[in-house]
Design a protein around this ligand. Sequence first.
Ligand code: PLP
Length: 424
Amino acid sequence: MNNHHWQQRKEAVIAKGMGNLAPVYITQAENMTLSDVEGNQYIDFASGIAVTNTGHSHPQIIDAVKRQLDQFSHTCAMVTPYPAFVELAEQLVERTPGSSAKKAIFLTTGAEAVENAVKIARAKTGRSGVIAFKGGFHGRTNLCMGLTGKVTPYKAGFGPFPNEIYHLPFPNACHGISQAHSLNALEDLFASTIEPARVAAIIFEPVQGEGGFYPAPPAWAQAIRRLCDQHGIVLICDEIQTGFARTGKLFATEYLGIEPDLMTLAKGIAGGFPLSAVVGKAEIMDAASPGGLGGTYAGSPLGCVAGLEVLKIIDKDNLCDKASAIGEVMKQQLEALQQSFPEITDIRQLGAMVAIELSDPVTHKPLSDLTKQLVQSAPQAGLILLSCGVRGNVIRLLPPLTADMDEIRLGLNRLRVLFEQLVK
Ligand SMILES: Cc1ncc(COP(=O)(O)O)c(C=O)c1O
């Protein structure tokens, strides 16, 4: 049965809202290579959306999970916990930025981590308001949709959203939004819409992911940190896409020179097993009463043992430095591509979080149709690509950090072939 057949069966039974970028049905995945039901192979520049930073089917992770499966797969950590649940929390409170005493909780998805971070901030402060940023993405649950600053496809048609959420411009040099503009908008919000004493939390991504791979400037993040300190607001860094060595540091917040009060983690945390976490200052994390946080599958033993191996692999294989090396190689090759294709109007790279923005070189109009064509045609060229950006005109490249450099180059050569075919 071929990919087309499976796609037809999928469309018959899976609701349209759960779309798939590539009509490719996978039978095997190893490090950076996906194989499909037809025997085709693909270079994976998606990593399951920044999840398999340690590569697909890493033997060390698979062995640990198999050993765990031989023991037990579920007890519910809120009923009878297990050592890996504690051990992974010990590792995370030690390794997340800042010197404060920290605590953690585990959940299952990124959206749940964000939901819980906001719950904790509200429990601590007794306040309701939350400030987020345009272009930010925080998940698909109702609160997270409310926090997200990108309408299509995440919010359109899904309202009403929770109240007491306010969106501000995110500084973005590429689109002429200065740090001062963003900070002035915050001061204006405090003066015009909600007093700081009613704001529980400010949440931002150290590098906006879905929004288009725009990094937060350190001076801006430090100013936000100062304002949070001044007004007793909890600062939440959403590291769900940026964490676990992706950007060349274990956490991208390390580039900003701040200690967040809370961090949300997911995706790369467990190499493909569903696990997420909130890690933060113990005095804030302890604000919710017992039973107020958690979930049936929160901190699954399979995810926790996988998470412990992910950290060992990041250390042993020095994946932070590897991410930076991969990013440099990609940037060089993309700059060469840009020489041939001026439609690439910006290249952004922090570690192995790499993106190209596609716009008309003369009118600067976003080329979202071209972006879509490139992503949709990529599988035919043996490549899996992802798009992002509020205007849908950014291609993001997220290879595993365990990738072979020659394969990275080969993947980028395939991207060049796609440009040659599609850009007239
Ligand atoms: C920054 C960020 N926050 C939250 C989420 C939501 O995570 P999940 O899809 O696991 O709920 C994502 C997912 O892409 C994300 O990139």
